[in-house]
Design a protein around this ligand. Structure first.
Ligand SMILES: Cc1ncc(COP(=O)(O)O)c(C=O)c1O
Length: 388
């Protein structure tokens, strides 16, 4: 009998939910109009975009006019940083050492162009001290960008505190919430965030569509110029099927976010308990409590993550050795190094990220497979040889 594969890489991407596919399909075939067209076919598409905007606004606790549809998390991050720099004319940014490459790599590029970036470190548990952010802010700071949840460890940052510090200091604040939306509740009516990035494919929506939330009244300079779509804030014909899909995924996420922690968090904890009980020398990377409920980043001493991932793949289990964008690179995870892990420890770490539809049976089977695979790999080590 062929065993069904077990997908434990939901931080890389998620399956599109069936309800989402059902709503999208007619917008690929029947309602294919351009929302800018005045005739009925166009106006139907325009209404669908409006309805999706309403659903995303409800999920985030903001107003419809504050939602700008984009091509995904990467564009949203880039648009927020560039807008803040260009609208303010200032040349400094504050961010953390563990941001996703969509922020990190842009900041490195900006440094080459003479912009100044102040990098805030994280602790050994991956947590961020808001006081460190406060210390980094200067009169020249255009924007503070701090992610809500880390894509590799799932660690949650104190966004409310950082946002309040920025408001009190008169500095714009952006948060990359790509790994948080759908997993933890976000209510922008209660947190003074200026920009927030979202990506649909991380919570059951399609790839290639996202949102940049821009608080009402915050000066905005578009990244893309052209037509007047998105109230002049993002040019280009709208990805109508994608936006419709994102709207449905947002509606489902709003309904389910409360039970996500109970359901998926319980499975994640069960997975970790089984592995920690079945193996010696395994450690959780990141604060065990202050994490999104679906993510488990584990360091297996004396095990190369590449070997473990290959063994698991052969058994039909998919996980990740780092962020998806850096897979294939031979460099140890920048995020884990920033938490003080040695390169060897970083190379011995694997990220498992669970999804909404995961079952207990799958989790038990995956945990047993990990225990067996680690045992096999460690057995092959020459006796007396231990990676430090
Ligand atoms: C934290 C974070 N930000 C941004 C992105 C990029 O999102 P997208 O794939 O929609 O460009 C990702 C995707 O892995 C992410 O995890």
């Amino acid at each position: 009998m062929i065993k069904r594969s077990i997908y434990l890489d939901n931080n890389a991407t998620t399956a599109v939910l069936p309800e989402v596919v059902r709503e999208m399909v007619p917008f690929l075939s029947v309602y294919y109009g351009n929302p800018s067209s005045a005739y009925a076919l166009g106006q139907e598409a325009k209404e669908a975009v409006r309805s999706a905007r309403r659903r995303v606004a409800r999920l985030l606790g903001c107003r419809e006019e504050e939602i700008v549809f984009t091509s995904g998390g990467t564009e949203s991050d880039n648009a927020a940083l560039w807008s803040a720099l260009r609208a303010s004319g200032k040349r400094e940014l504050v961010t953390t050492m563990v941001e996703h490459p969509a922020v990190y790599r842009l900041c490195r590029e900006l440094e080459k162009d003479g912009y100044r970036v102040r990098w805030v470190p994280v602790g050994a548990d991956g947590l961020l001290d808001p006081a460190e952010v406060a210390r980094a802010i200067r009169a020249e700071t255009a924007l503070v960008s701090v992610m809500t949840a880390n894509n590799e460890t799932g660690v949650l940052f104190p966004i409310r505190e950082v946002a309040e510090i920025c408001r009190d200091r008169g500095v714009l604040f952006h948060t990359d919430a790509v790994q948080a939306v759908g997993k933890v509740a976000i209510d922008l009516s209660r947190i003074p965030v200026d920009f927030l990035s979202v990506s649909a494919h991380k919570f059951g929506g399609p790839k290639g569509v996202g949102v940049l939330y821009v608080r009402d009244g915050v000066p905005f300079r578009p990244l893309l110029w052209g037509g007047s779509q998105e109230s002049g804030r993002r040019a280009g014909t709208e990805n109508v099927p994608g936006i419709v899909g994102m709207g449905k995924a947002a509606e489902l996420a709003a309904e389910r976010v409360g039970s996500f922690a109970d359901r998926v968090g319980t499975l994640r904890d069960r997975f970790e308990r089984t592995i920690l009980a079945g193996l010696d020398d395994v450690r959780i990377n990141g604060h065990p409590g202050k994490r999104v409920p679906n993510t488990s980043n584990l360091c297996f001493r004396n095990v190369e993550s590449e070997a473990l991932l290959l063994d698991l793949d052969r058994q039909g289990i998919q996980a990740s050795g780092g962020s998806a964008c850096s897979t294939g690179s031979a460099r140890p995870s920048r995020v884990l190094l920033a938490m003080g892990l040695s390169p060897q420890e970083a190379f011995s770490s694997v990220r498992f990220s669970l999804g909404w539809n995961q079952t207990e049976e799958e989790i038990d089977r995956a945990a047993a497979a990990v225990i067996e695979a680690v045992g096999r790999i460690r057995e092959k080590l020459p006796s007396g040889l231990a990676m430090s």
